[in-house]
Design a binder for this molecule. Structure first.
Ligand code: HEM
Length: 200
């Protein structure tokens, strides 16, 4: 149950956010298509291609930064009286880590509300080292997400297979709604229409 509950809506919500951010940023979409087209037929052998998909990886990181699927992680409980940031937290208190706030803090990120995958890339297109103090969509510590590796692999595979064949856009005149619905632990997009077109 843990795996099916924790591993499904998180991944599907992230895929929906990816489709929305890409549809809203045609230049990003063009770069994704260019990267995937450059892989030729290799895209079917994704295991060998992950290290050639830096731009797709940067898009994934940026989407997980802006819309982390579990923006407050899971509840934890202090096992002893604790002091944190000047606050006394008694033993037995339920605590959440505010991942959303860390990901949107202008002290950590330049223009945090701007969707910019390039912030994860060096000038030569290679991926920057991730700073896990400020980028932690899978939380941190001993009880961080056990599904991180499988989630990342799934996201990359589905992204690559989808964007190789399709392009996405919002219907003309439609204003996309990026305000998330925070339900229990989730951060889901509201239902809305996207146009999916086959690429030539
Ligand atoms: C984009 C996808 C995903 C994101 C953003 C995500 C994020 C998270 C976060 C933030 C936590 C809370 C950790 C904490 O509060 O300490 C968590 C826990 C967990 N995740 Fe994920 N997750 C994703 C996908 C998956 C997948 C695919 C699986 C399983 C196949 C999975 C299994 C779990 C489990 C079992 C826990 C509880 C771990 C524990 O309590 O020790 N997750 N995840």
């Amino acid at each position: 149950m843990d795996i099916f509950f924790a591993g499904t809506i998180t991944t599907s919500d992230t895929l929906k956010w990816i489709a929305m951010y890409v549809a809203d940023n045609p230049k990003v979409q063009a770069k994704i298509h260019k990267e995937l087209d450059g892989l030729g037929n290799d895209v079917g052998k994704l295991r060998h291609c992950r290290n050639k998909m830096n731009y797709c990886e940067a898009v994934q990181r940026e989407v997980l930064r802006m819309r982390p699927a579990a923006p407050a992680g899971l509840r934890h409980q202090t096992i002893r009286d604790t002091k944190l940031g000047g606050y006394d937290i008694p033993k037995g208190t339920l605590v959440y880590a505010n991942i959303w706030a860390i990901h949107h803090d202008p002290k950590n990120w330049e223009s945090p509300e701007v969707f910019k995958p390039e912030r994860f890339l060096n000038k030569d297109g290679s991926l920057k080292e991730v700073d896990h103090k400020i980028w932690l969509p899978f939380a941190s510590g001993k009880r961080k997400c056990v599904g991180e590796a499988i989630a990342k692999a799934n996201l990359m595979t589905i992204m690559a297979l989808f964007f190789r064949r399709f392009k996405v856009s919002f219907p003309p005149g439609v204003q996309p709604d990026f305000e998330p619905v925070m339900y229990e632990i989730a951060c889901s997009p509201k239902p809305q229409k996207l146009i999916v077109q086959k690429r030539k």
